[in-house]
Design a protein around this ligand. Structure first.
Ligand SMILES: [Cu+2]
Length: 69
């Protein structure tokens, strides 16, 4: 298992947090997702043989949020 932290712009409430969490959890290979409103970031534990950062970034952007950096 691998860990990555992605900085996210545009989350304003727990509804946003849950949206981000849901789209990330649907990606195959994702094991665990923590999304923090205060820190404006998602921490994802995943299987690097199955998925990667680019997939996470695309999913977050498709959900209507911006990825920072
Ligand atoms: Cu919201």
């Amino acid at each position: 298992m691998q860990n990555t932290t992605i900085k996210i712009d545009g989350m304003t409430c727990m509804g946003c947090v849950n949206s981000v969490k849901n789209v990330l959890q649907e990606i195959s290979g994702v094991d665990n997702v923590e999304v923090s409103l205060e820190q404006a970031q998602a921490t994802i534990q995943y299987d690097a043989d199955v998925t990667n950062d680019n997939t996470f970034i695309e999913a977050i952007e498709e959900a209507g949020f911006d990825v920072v950096g």
